[in-house]
Design a protein around this ligand. Structure first.
Ligand SMILES: NC(=O)C1=CN([C@@H]2O[C@H](COP(=O)(O)OP(=O)(O)OC[C@H]3O[C@@H](n4cnc5c(N)ncnc54)[C@H](O)[C@@H]3O)[C@@H](O)[C@H]2O)C=CC1
Ligand SMILES: N[C@@H](CC=O)C(=O)O
Ligand code: NA
Length: 441
């Protein structure tokens, strides 16, 4: 057995991910140390409650409630507590004391990333965060390193495992959102506050991180348009299936031309969308995530795998640990964040995509023509219309309503929003049941 000088590793938080990182680090210590060329010594795990149950046993002597002292004695600090404070304060303390830092905390990076990257650059320390997007899937390193010579044009990502798991269960098992969320929580996929998953906040954090990396431009969280899955209904999931689509919560990051100025900009958005059944993203089931990316030279690439789960995410954290530890051994400045692009971040109204709109309309002559005119008046071109009349309503009766499903060609969000407003205001549409974007065509 080779003996090395030891690097002192501290873990903050021993929940779903932290406990598995501690276990794997202790179990594979020698092998990981051999890969690095230095001993990886776990010097402590900061917890809130020494006696809390964990998914893996951690030797009692490694547990501490004094996170600050642990940080100050470490070469590498791994933050797996989640939340903004005290995680932000602890990471700043670690960086300022010269430690390299690893985190899976996308909420923190999306809100305080620039501040932490700046400290890291000033003190010559490193901040690694492979686990923050796509759990186990390597996506941060490919974007930062492998694709650094290309121009990424577009990213379509399923980046939240909990919501993908829920939508899949609603589709295949007929579960309610609540039933499927309970299961996702038990399996360790959901955030401590699962509204972060359901409301699309977690995916928005990841979209901000991906867009910033892909476009070399700081994309602040408040510039990411966000809609969650809380209003996705069984009817939408079923209707999508019949029409040859699946409903997915997507993060879409793209380079755009500003329709007003003609200048190049970028946009990032998160919302439920219809994905054609033949698209690779449609096959992403359960807790899996995938990032489908289009780059100018590379063409289309897809990164796929477990997007959440304690042990799976621990893999990405340990990969970062090996990278960080190697830098300690080799030295050198390491990687800095590149935000030279400085492209404007455009609002959702500038986005151009396709839509599927479901309407309840009065079933009488001329209605279809009136509705088609409303679309064309707002510059939205209709591609297909499907009409169905409920069986119990006799056709032509004064109170009968029909369901119209309208697919559009590409149009701006602004034009679509104006159309929907006009449909609601008119007297032929009794209800706008659903408006979904169609992506991946
Ligand atoms: N669970 C997953 O599948 C994934 C989680 N992440 C991220 O990893 C981080 C950890 O997630 P989980 O392990 O799932 O969360 P968790 O809620 O299971 O674990 C967090 C642990 O940190 C502890 N903690 C919180 N504040 C603390 C403090 N001030 N001092 C000491 N301990 C403290 C909590 O008591 C808890 O045991 C989060 O940022 C999360 O967003 C990222 C990718 C996947
Ligand atoms: N709650 C998150 C965990 C991983 O980032 C998810 O469900 O994707
Ligand atoms: Na990842």
């Amino acid at each position: 057995m080779i003996e090395y000088r030891d690097l002192r590793i501290a873990i903050l938080g021993a929940g779903s991910v932290g406990a598995q990182v501690a276990r794997l680090l202790l179990e594979h210590r020698q092998e990981l140390s051999d890969r690095v060329g230095a001993g990886l010594q776990l010097v402590g795990v900061a917890v809130r409650d020494l006696d809390a149950p964990r998914t893996a046993e951690i030797p009692r002597e490694l547990l501490t409630t004094d996170a600050r002292s642990l940080i100050l004695g470490a070469d590498i600090v791994i933050e797996l507590m989640g939340g903004i404070e005290p995680a932000r304060e602890y990471l700043a303390l670690a960086l300022n004391s010269g430690a390299d830092v690893i985190t899976a905390n996308k909420a923190l990076l999306a809100t305080h990333g620039p501040e932490l990257f700046e400290i890291a650059e000033q003190v010559g320390a490193q901040l690694y965060y492979e686990a923050a997007v796509g759990g186990a899937i390597p996506i941060i390193r490919p974007l930062r390193d492998s694709l650094a010579g290309d121009r990424v044009r577009r990213i379509l990502g399923i980046v939240n495992g909990t919501t993908n798991y829920i939508l899949d269960r609603m589709d295949t098992e007929g579960d309610s959102l609540e039933e499927a969320l309970d299961a996702a929580t038990r399996l360790g996929y959901a955030e401590a506050d699962p509204t972060a998953d359901i409301g699309g906040f977690d995916a928005a954090h990841k979209a901000a991180i991906l867009a910033s990396l892909a476009f070399h431009t700081t994309v602040p969280l408040d510039a990411v348009h966000r809609e969650g899955i809380e209003h996705v209904t069984h009817a939408q999931v079923e209707g999508a299936k019949h029409a040859g689509y699946v409903v997915k919560l997507l993060a879409v990051c793209e380079r755009l031309t500003d329709p007003e100025t003609g200048a190049e900009g970028v946009s990032a958005r998160v919302h439920p969308a219809l994905v054609p059944i033949g698209h690779p993203l449609a096959a992403v089931r359960g807790v899996n995530n995938a990032v489908f990316l289009e780059a100018e030279a590379a063409g289309s690439l897809m990164f796929y795998g477990a997007g959440a789960g304690g042990v799976e995410t621990a893999s990405a954290v340990l990969g970062d640990l090996v990278s960080a530890a190697r830098r300690h051994v080799i030295g050198g400045p390491g990687i800095t964040e590149s935000t030279h692009g400085e492209l404007p971040v455009l609002p959702i109204t500038s986005v151009v995509t396709r839509y599927q709109i479901t309407l309840q309309v009065a079933d009488r002559p001329g209605v279809l023509a009136t509705i088609a005119t409303m679309f064309s008046d707002h510059g939205v071109s209709v591609e297909a219309v499907q009409q169905s009349v409920p069986e119990q309503a006799a056709e032509g009766e004064p109170d009968a309503t029909a369901t119209l499903v309208i697919g559009t060609h590409r149009a701006t969000e602004a034009a679509l929003a104006a159309t929907v407003m006009a449909l609601r205001a008119g007297d032929v549409v009794t209800e706008v049941t659903s408006v979904l974007r169609v992506e991946g065509l």
